[in-house]
Ligand binder design. Sequence first.
Ligand SMILES: Nc1ncnc2c1ncn2[C@@H]1O[C@H](COP(=O)(O)OP(=O)(O)OP(=O)(O)O)[C@@H](O)[C@H]1O
Length: 316
Amino acid sequence: MTKISKIEIILNYHAGNGHAKRTCNKVTDFLNQISLDYEIHPTKKDGDGVRIAKELANKHEQNIRIVVIGGDGTLNQCVNGVKESSFPDTPLGYIPGGSGNDFNRGIKLAIKDPVILMQAILSLEQPRKIDVGKAVGSNFSHYFINNIGIGFDASTVYYTNHSSRKEFLNKLQMGTLAYLTNLLKAIKRQPAFKLDVDYGPQKKHFDSAYIVVATNHPYFGGGFAIDPTATPFNHHLNLVVVRKITGLTFAKLLTKLVTDGSHLQDKNVWHIERTNFTLHNTPKQFGQMDGEELDKHEFDLHFKVDQHPFWLPVKE
Ligand SMILES: Nc1ncnc2c1ncn2[C@@H]1O[C@H](COP(=O)(O)OP(=O)(O)OP(=O)(O)O)[C@@H](O)[C@H]1O
């Protein structure tokens, strides 16, 4: 059995409006009880997750485990930091503490209690490889754990992050509601746009794309299953494109999405599952990556599936 001498905790105190901090306190109380050495590396500003994870991976210390406590955005940064390091296959442990936590939903992480999860992380002999996506364009090269969206869902992320109600609703543990209320704003403001998809020998053009999500697993926006058929264990990414629809047609589609996932069969929805594909939209649209804003761009991105080892007790 591997002797673990220290836990390096990368913590985003701000994630989940204090949820990550409370989660970390429970974990460190437990580590104190079992007299296991640990160090907390707090993220102090945006981008710190990348820097800290890269530094820790570059130390290449044996017998330590790096454990991220935060939300999807923090885990995204840490995966990117490790991938940028000299040891890109350094495994990461993860204890969710965000508001949306779509990654742990997507990998079907059954353990909710942070202390039991920490115990499981300590008892694993081998890390588990889980799919992650990679998107590359000019001046853009990032791994993502959940999804990259262009258009409607990205505008929803933008309006949610800039909404004064987000913090209030997060405090009430109602992050999903914060997202939902901003859907209405996005419905009013998001225009249709042109999209070209290149997938192997085939190409597809959309004159009026509205929702475009390249996804590693079913969920976005704190639990909405945009593609219930996606799984982070099949070495594929899924792509969902919804054409611009309005009024009752949109409401019906949304109802199908939140109830039984039958929206995928709707004539306004197109989806594929591939190891790689390319997306180009025009004109500029909002983008989101793992719930973080990417601002407005004419994206020209090549997507491919990759994998990363995680200290997580998950099965396919
Ligand atoms: N000390 C800090 N102060 C302010 N922002 C920070 C700090 N540390 C990290 N951040 C930023 O906080 C943002 C949100 O983090 P994260 O996504 O982990 O939490 P969340 O939004 O609550 O959870 P989720 O994505 O699961 O809904 C990230 O963009 C990250 O860069």
